[in-house]
Design a protein around this ligand. Structure first.
Ligand SMILES: CC(C)(COP(=O)(O)OP(=O)(O)OC[C@H]1O[C@@H](n2cnc3c(N)ncnc32)[C@H](O)[C@@H]1OP(=O)(O)O)[C@@H](O)C(=O)NCCC(=O)NCCS
Length: 164
């Protein structure tokens, strides 16, 4: 990773940056077919803002990556309950397209893993669209392995809405 890139915990002043990057992630996720992050207005909604501020303020983890003064990526994580109890959940991450393949995603993921190890929780997990081969390659490189494939049959109304 280039020396001009800095990954650090987000502060309340970074909220607008996280909101913007989260919205960009949602637009990308919609294209890759991952519905859970498809609402690009969520981060700017009152509940989205409360969610991001909670992560920034220590209920979980919020990281931002900068190239000089330019924000180029973020990662948000929290403790979530899985079938075998609490786990460290990587909730979302995004690197701006022009800054990809420079190790920023890896640096964000490394900080998440440090946070996970310090949590004492038995495992870390994340969900990713099966077609998102780039993100899957990043996660597999860090040691993640696919365990469960969740399959859905969209209702006609939902299928119609997703085309909007
Ligand atoms: C996934 C994402 C965060 C990766 O960020 P990045 O800064 O480009 O990642 P890195 O430069 O650290 O790449 C790490 C590894 O990921 C894999 N990778 C990254 N880009 C890749 C590409 N275009 N093709 C294949 N593998 C790729 C490689 O294994 C790479 O290691 P290498 O460069 O040594 O081969 C970024 O592509 C992104 O924001 N994508 C859109 C949002 C998204 O999918 N978020 C995750 C949702 S679950």
């Amino acid at each position: 990773m280039s020396h001009s890139i800095v990954v650090r915990p987000a502060t309340p002043d970074d909220l607008p940056v996280l909101q913007e990057l989260h919205a960009a992630l949602c637009a990308a996720e919609r294209v890759s077919g991952y519905d859970d992050n498809a609402d690009k207005t969520f981060a700017s909604s009152p509940s989205g803002q409360a969610y991001l501020l909670a992560r920034i303020n220590g209920d979980g983890l919020a990281l931002v990556a900068h190239d000089g003064s330019v924000p180029v990526g973020y990662l948000v994580a929290g403790v979530r309950s899985g079938p075998r109890g609490a786990v460290s959940g990587l909730e979302s991450m995004f690197v701006t397209p022009v800054c990809r393949r420079r190790g920023i995603g890896t640096a964000l993921l490394e900080q998440f893993l440090i946070w996970h190890r310090s949590s004492g929780l038995p495992s870390a997990s994340l969900a990713v669209a099966p077609g998102n081969h780039v993100a899957i390659a990043l996660y597999e490189k860090a040691g993640f392995r696919g365990t469960t494939l969740v399959m859905e049959l969209a209702s006609p109304a939902r299928a119609h809405n997703s085309e909007a």
